[in-house]
Design a protein around this ligand. Structure first.
Ligand code: ATP
Ligand code: MG
Length: 310
């Protein structure tokens, strides 16, 4: 395959368990060197999608290409080039120590990272001689990340890389993922954390019930649709029909409760200035005025009617 083929290309992927479609016609494209975050609630189909890319599950239909290859038929060729961090962590080898396990994985690789240095990067130097079964959940996650990276893969799949990590470990992991990007490694990660997707990904794909409900850069996603809103309090029953005439086109104004107002639209300095000027012209004092920007959480809620951590 040509060197310029995508890191991951999925077209119309379907995977059902019984009559239930865990992945229902999903397509995605990750360019080489790109960082894609799959964001979605429990059961959205993130792990299923990722494990199909890793060659651990078989698609019912659709096309899946990883580094231009077939994840199952070309598994042997892909293994040294792809790093995998499973959602359920390190599993099996639990009697070994963290350091032994990492050395073992390194011994399979042509040009591995130095295991001791990598343990340090993931903050496990002190726990290096602890049997894996005695590591805490967060430490196991970090080991699992180190195992995914030790062979210097071109592409890594990270299924909830920071689940169960304390804030400091989480920051460290973000730093590590940022470094991967600098090194040109392609990354596909899943997360429930909006800030994580926002911080790390070039492209965020919001999935729900096995389908893509939105995708774009974090900035594009939060800009899409009604961009933001302004809340304020004032005397009840303002003439909102007149206010709307004064506001930039596309803005809306509501009074969800008497004396509480909500203006939605593209939040610009003009919108704010027009709103306050209109209130002044009506001799109305706008109080507790607050500009609220849409977050990815709002976008998700709008798209699916559900909270992310449903
Ligand atoms: N081996 C399996 N057998 C039967 N059903 C499965 C299996 N694996 C996943 N499912 C179902 O497929 C759907 C998608 O699961 P998946 O693990 O891909 O979701 P997820 O987005 O990774 O969720 P989470 O955020 O909880 O990790 C769920 O309804 C799940 O119950
Ligand atoms: Mg999962």
């Amino acid at each position: 395959m040509s060197a310029d083929s995508a890191a991951v290309e999925i077209v119309d992927l379907v995977k059902a368990y019984g009559s239930r479609r865990a992945v229902d016609g999903l397509s995605l494209h990750v360019p080489r060197g790109g960082v894609l975050a799959l964001l979605g609630p429990n059961g959205a189909g993130k792990t299923t999608t990722i494990e199909i890319c890793e060659g651990f599950r078989r698609a019912d239909s659709g096309v899946v290409r990883v580094l231009g290859l077939d994840p199952i038929a070309d598994a042997e060729q892909l293994r040294p080039r792809v790093g995998v961090m499973l959602q359920d962590g390190v599993g099996g080898y639990t009697a070994a120590t963290a350091s032994e396990l990492l050395r073992l994985f390194a011994s399979y690789a042509a040009d591995p990272h130095e295991p001791g240095a990598l343990l340090e990067v993931v903050g496990l130097t002190d726990a290096g001689h602890t049997p894996v079964k005695r590591l805490s959940g967060g430490q196991r996650q970090r080991l699992s990340l180190a195992l995914a990276l030790v062979a210097r893969p071109e592409l890594v799949f990270l299924d909830e890389p920071t689940a169960g990590m304390d804030p400091q470990a989480r920051r460290g992991t973000w730093e590590l993922i940022r470094r991967l990007r600098v090194d040109g490694v392609s990354v596909v990660l899943t997360t429930h954390f909006l800030d994580e997707a926002e911080q790390l990904a070039d492209t965020v794909m919001v999935i729900d019930a096995g389908r893509v409900v939105a995708q774009g850069s974090p900035a594009e996603l939060t800009r899409a649709g009604a961009e933001g809103q302004i809340r304020f309090r004032a005397i009840p029953h303002l003439r909102l029909d007149l206010l709307v005439l004064a506001l930039p086109a596309g803005s809306q104004a509501r009074e969800p409760e008497p004396g509480r107002y909500l203006v939605t639209g593209e939040v610009t300095p003009q919108l704010l200035a027009t709103l306050t000027a209109w209130c002044a012209s009506q001799h109305v004092m706008a109080e507790d005025l607050a500009v609220e920007r849409r977050t990815l959480e709002d976008v998700f809620l709008d798209l699916t009617g559900r909270e992310l951590r449903a």
